[in-house]
Write a protein that binds this ligand. Structure first.
Ligand code: SF4
Ligand code: SF4
Length: 496
């Protein structure tokens, strides 16, 4: 365990007293030259970084009107101040969403507004000095881009978008973040965040097929690079090996087996995650997304289905068509893209799966809404499907389910603390402290209903919780995949 104190869980969430600068020391490693350059950014801080940053800010505020509106419209009402899990967990006032935005806004005002140019002190406008840049690097890497604050802002100001813009400006001057940029570079080179090459992937999938057969006596395939399959499944690479993710992948395979619909994974598009969004880079987001189009065309599939990954679904749901479309070569009967939850939910609705709920009787479950799914996407044909579909699938797979308090779920959900490109050990203190509100909500249902496990549909949430749960006295394996529950409950070979 790292050298910091885990916050104390309270019965009811408390708004902390401000402690200035408590997280000023927390920052991720800067990206190495090779990873910066792989993404098309300068390898190190450029000489005229200040001017390059101003030029980029001008470009971004011109290109993205929402960004300029967000920067111009804050009235300092304070409604967002206590809504960020990082403020609640760290007490650092610069983790209040409005204060985080102001780090960018005060430079924007200085350079791009009349008042800021001529009366800077009156409007709190400042130049982008080294000190301000240092604050940007520190505190824009303490925002998981979860959008919770935007739900409570009367003007809908989205701090996530400002944080993405700040990171893009920093990349542009040669000050990118190691974790995200190294991962994106790996996707370009090998195809996935983990750097898992095709032979290793094929080997892993074969091993999983053997495990399923040993356990169930049924041959369930996990096909790779099969031309002519109906469905291409694009899933986070963590699904290929990490617990509890891999149990979810086994669940997808069993669902496809029962459905009789042919499917395949792809070694070219072996990564659903798209860290291009975290660094605010449209170009990199597009380059990552295009691999999915290329794989779909190459394999000749009719549908693309995404596995359990929160931000991948945000990118897919919101942007895939414009980033990598048109998808006019796919079957028009199905939405592009589709979520594995929609696929499984539909089969359950049509009574095409047999699920024995008692197989999960050793667990009492709750569900963590992942922020990118909850606040930045939808699922299924009806509004709010992103909340109801996963819960329907869980309830169809187990007998004991209880939701956490209302103000911590659905669109009010708290981030796991590790999203937005912050799932790195360099930021462990931030990750543990940022998980506090979710841990308090979990404790509530543990104490009240005897909840033993929390299910999630996001690879980052699963990895983050597996790491931080023990800091709060919970078992690391009390986080599970939703399709792991389906996998436990599904009765193979029961439907024709
Ligand atoms: S987007 Fe999320 S992490 Fe960022 S400031 Fe808002 S609440 Fe905090
Ligand atoms: S809630 Fe919106 S308008 Fe109010 S301080 Fe926060 S960002 Fe500004």
């Amino acid at each position: 365990m790292a050298d910091f104190e885990t916050p104390e869980m309270k019965e009811y969430p408390e708004i902390p007293h401000i402690q200035v600068g408590t997280m000023a020391h927390s920052k991720p490693f800067v990206a190495k030259e090779e990873f910066q350059e792989a993404l098309g950014f300068p390898g190190e801080l450029v000489d005229n970084w200040q001017q390059v940053a101003y030029d980029k800010m001008e470009e971004l505020t011109g290109k993205y009107r929402s960004l300029a509106v967000f920067l111009d419209s804050c009235v300092k009402c304070g409604a967002c101040t206590d809504k960020c899990h990082y403020y609640l967990g760290t007490s650092d006032p610069k983790n209040m969403p409005v204060a985080r935005q102001d780090l960018f806004r005060k430079v924007y005002r200085r350079k791009f507004t009349f008042a800021g140019k001529y009366f800077p002190k009156l409007v709190g406008a400042v130049d982008l000095t080294e000190e301000v840049l240092n604050d940007w690097y520190t505190y824009f890497h303490q925002c998981s881009q979860c959008r919770r604050c935007s739900v409570y802002c009367p003007y809908g100001i989205d701090t996530a978008e400002i944080s993405m813009a700040a990171r893009e400006v920093m990349d542009e001057i040669g000050m990118g973040q190691k974790y995200c940029n190294e991962i994106i570079a790996k996707v370009y080179k090998i195809g996935n965040n983990l750097g898992l090459p095709q032979p290793a992937l094929a080997n892993t999938l074969e091993g999983l097929e053997e495990d399923i057969e040993d356990e169930t006596g049924v041959t369930v395939r996990l096909p790779l690079d099969v031309k002519g399959a109906d469905v291409l499944v694009v899933t986070p690479s963590a699904d290929f090996f990490a617990e509890p993710h891999v149990d979810g992948l086994i669940g997808y395979a069993k669902v496809f087996h029962e459905s009789g619909i042919s499917w395949t994974l792809s070694s070219h598009a072996s990564e659903a995650a798209n860290f291009g969004m975290f660094i605010g880079s449209y170009e990199n987001m597009r380059k990552v997304a295009l691999r999915i189009r290329e794989a779909a065309l190459d394999l000749g599939v009719k549908r693309i289905i995404f596995g359990e990954c929160g931000h991948a679904w945000r990118v897919a749901y919101n942007f895939l068509n414009t980033l990598a479309g048109p998808f006019d070569f796919l079957d028009p009967k199905y939405p592009v893209p589709m979520h594995i939850m929609e696929f499984t939910h539909d089969l359950i609705q049509r009574d095409a799966l047999t699920l024995d709920k008692s197989a999960n009787d050793d667990m009492v479950l709750t569900f963590h809404d992942s922020c990118n799914v909850a606040r930045a996407s939808r699922m299924g044909p009806k509004p709010g499907g992103q909340f109801t579909l996963p819960r329907d699938v869980i309830r169809a797979s187990c007998n004991h389910f209880y939701d956490m308090p209302q103000d911590t779920i659905h669109e009010a959900t708290y981030c796991c603390g590790g999203g937005g490109g912050l799932l790195t050990d360099d930021l462990m203190e931030l990750r543990v402290k940022g998980a506090l509100p979710r841990m308090e909500a979990l404790k509530h249902v543990v104490d009240k209903y005897g909840v033993t496990h929390m299910a999630a549909i996001c690879a980052i949430c699963k990895s983050q919780f597996a790491k931080v749960l023990p800091y709060y006295g919970f078992q690391m394996d009390s986080i599970v995949s939703v399709h792991q529950l389906v996998s436990n409950a599904i009765v193979l070979g029961n439907k024709q």
